[in-house]
Design a protein around this ligand. Structure first.
Ligand SMILES: [Zn+2]
Length: 104
């Protein structure tokens, strides 16, 4: 097996493990079991920075990914968006442009 082939196989294995993990999980808020929608939400904003899905895409070791997953709550994409709307409102808030009133 060539190193490239070996790496590709490892990548497939990590992906399969990740998909299986999600298939056995559900959204903590609404109970949604659609694994395509499930995401990992970091409970503590300070730990944020490493995205679990990205770690899988970059084929980090399962142990490293698991450690990151333990800091997370599993949420579907809808509930994930809601959580961020509530707790990270200041992050998502975009400065509103003041409308210049030209007429007067
Ligand atoms: Zn949900």
């Amino acid at each position: 097996m060539t190193p490239a082939e070996s790496r590709r196989r490892y990548k497939c294995a990590v992906r399969a493990w990740y998909e299986a993990y999600k298939a056995n999980s559900k959204c903590r808020d609404c109970g949604c079991t659609d694994s395509d929608k499930l995401q990992f939400h970091h409970r503590n904003g300070a730990n944020k920075g490493i995205n679990v899905a990205r770690m899988v895409a970059e084929s980090h070791s399962v142990a490293t990914i698991l450690r990151e997953m333990r800091k997370c709550t599993i949420l579907c994409e809808d509930c994930h968006a809601k959580r961020h709307g509530l707790s990270d409102a200041c992050e998502l808030r975009t400065p509103r442009k003041e409308e210049a009133s030209s007429d007067g």
